[in-house]
Design a protein around this ligand. Structure first.
Ligand SMILES: Nc1ncnc2c1ncn2[C@@H]1O[C@H](COP(=O)(O)OP(=O)(O)OP(=O)(O)O)[C@@H](O)[C@H]1O
Ligand SMILES: [Mg+2]
Length: 505
């Protein structure tokens, strides 16, 4: 390892009911990229929050450049050269790019003419963005940027604060394939510029591509680490989970009744010129692939009634279902597990139990009173099935780790008895072990007769779980592949809008 920039020793952190970190150590060399991995709730974000000055450790020491560092606040961390790109981005949509980068430190050298300093600010912001290979005007309102670019703005902000160590907590979990590639290049560029990076991700493949070393946490403790040449999927999983994982993907027996759920001529506001038609069999998992922006989520939202379609028909068991709102969809037992848990999936101020039983409270209600015990038991059973890591079902969702929050979203919908279940990016931010668990649950539901539509940007997942795969490009359905026709190549071909690989049959 190069000379140590950061040395963390014996860090312990306790939350009510949880020992989040237990005597954890971590070292990062100058210009080194350290991958930090571990299951959901292993303590990764907690450790980073301590380094970033967001929270304080109960015990342990932090040294920077060999000197003891006291990090009590976020400003302390910034002053010490630690930049933090959070798991949930915290950029301000109503400011422009430069405003975000220089928030609270707006250059004032323009004298009394504020205008001059703004122009100066734009130029300086653009310089930092160029270091990241990005050519966007500093005056662009942040709300207009893609998530990937918003993230770059956060990195530019860290650079503008002279960060020598940048922490990236799951930076790629919401990025597209090409955006992920771009970020990995940025990570390597930053390293070449001498910046150290702690890189957290559940996409283990990224570790081999950017990390010099991988450090593994399990249940809040150091579980081991892997040097450059030892980084491979199996070794990482073994350290994370403590054993090998098998039966990763499970295929089922396929559709029991084709055309159980039919979508005909659906037109959405995002792509009014395109009509989308497909069907999902009873007991079938239909994968919906495509690049981000292809209009997949819009189709899901139209079916679920959150964004009423311009035209089209939805039929279930041969009967037309009129869907004007999510209430109509829920009544027909058509559910959507949304992509963004913060927007549509969870009320983080409420408890795990309340979130899980919320959509279906009537089931736990007797004469208008919610039956506490029954509700608690149901929520507990769902948490156990999905292995949600929480001290109890009475904990606020806010206090769960990112991946465990996602599991609560799933638990909430699985507790119902769906006929059609639409998953939008179901395993985003979820660890390997729990992913396997979720695929198994999805398959169990299909075997029990549910029609499942699964939107995913991870090709492995699409290939591993789907019985058939529908592919979208710019709002249109470009093809539906039978299981035997599915390959990464065939899907990508359709996803970029080219004609199907197979000859039309
Ligand atoms: N503010 C808090 N109050 C109570 N418990 C907390 C708080 N923050 C984290 N925890 C708990 O600490 C443990 C570690 O959480 P942490 O967020 O560090 O996990 P993680 O490794 O980042 O997981 P993920 O991969 O899901 O993001 C979890 O059990 C979590 O519920
Ligand atoms: Mg985390």
């Amino acid at each position: 390892m190069p000379s140590a920039l950061l040395e963390v020793q014996g860090i312990t952190k306790r939350f009510p009911g949880v020992l989040a970190l237990d005597n954890v150590s971590l070292a990062v060399g100058a210009g080194e990229v350290v991958g930090l991995i571990g299951e959901n709730g292993a303590g990764k974000s907690t450790l980073m929050n301590i380094l970033g000055g967001v929270i304080q450790a109960d015990a342990g020491s932090i040294r920077l450049d060999g000197r003891a560092a006291a990090i009590r606040t976020v400003s302390d961390a910034i002053a010490l050269g630690i930049g933090f790109i959070h798991q949930e981005l915290n950029v301000l949509d109503n400011l422009d790019v430069a405003g975000n980068i220089f928030l609270g430190r707006e250059p004032v050298w323009g004298g009394p003419l504020r205008l001059v300093s703004r122009r100066e600010m734009f130029t300086r912001a653009e310089e930092f963005l160029k270091r990241l290979g990005l050519d966007i005007p500093g005056s662009t309102p942040l709300g207009q940027l893609s998530l990937a670019h918003q993230q770059m703005v956060e990195i530019a902000k860290a650079l503008s604060q002279d960060a020598r160590l940048i922490i990236m907590d799951e930076p790629t979990s919401a990025l597209t394939l090409s955006e992920t590639e771009r970020l990995l290049v940025t990570v390597r560029d930053l390293r070449a510029q001498g910046v150290s990076i702690i890189y957290i991700s559940h996409r283990l493949g990224e570790m081999g591509r950017c990390a010099d070393r991988v450090v593994v946490l399990r249940d809040g403790r150091n579980a081991g680490e892997l040097g450059r040449g030892e980084i491979n999927h199996q070794a990482m999983v073994r350290l994370m989970v403590g054993r090998d994982l098998q039966d990763w993907y499970v295929h089922g027996s396929g559709a029991k009744a084709p055309r159980y759920f039919e979508v005909r001529g659906l037109r959405t506001r995002a792509h009014p010129a395109c009509e989308v038609s497909f069907d999902v069999g009873r007991g079938e998992v239909l994968g919906l692939a495509g690049l981000v922006g292809a209009g997949r989520s819009e189709v899901a939202q139209a079916i679920f009634g959150v964004d009423a379609p311009l035209a089209g028909e939805v039929r279930l068991e041969g009967k037309t279902v009129r869907i004007q709102s999510a209430r109509d969809a829920i009544r027909a037992r058509i559910y959507l597990v949304p992509e963004d848990r913060r927007r549509a999936g969870l009320v983080t101020e409420m408890t795990v139990r309340e979130n899980i039983t919320m959509p279906d409270l009537w089931r736990y209600t007797v004469a208008g009173l919610v039956r506490g015990a029954k509700e608690t038991a149901a929520a507990g059973a769902q948490c156990a099935a999905l292995r949600v890591k929480t001290p109890s079902v009475e904990a606020k969702v806010l206090n769960l780790s990112g991946g465990n929050q996602q599991k609560v979203v799933l638990a909430k919908w699985l507790a119902l008895e769906p006929k059609v279940l639409i998953f939008d990016e179901p395993t985003r931010g979820i660890d390997v072990g729990a992913k396997a668990e979720i695929y198994r649950l999805m398959r169990d539901l299909a075997e029990r007769g549910v029609a499942i539509l699964m939107i995913s940007s991870e090709l492995d997942e699409i290939l591993g779980v789907s019985d058939r795969v529908a592919v979208m490009h710019e709002g249109a359905l470009t093809g539906i592949l039978e299981r035997r026709e599915c390959s990464e190549e065939a899907i990508m071909h359709l996803a970029v809008g080219q004609c199907p690989l197979r000859s039309a049959s």
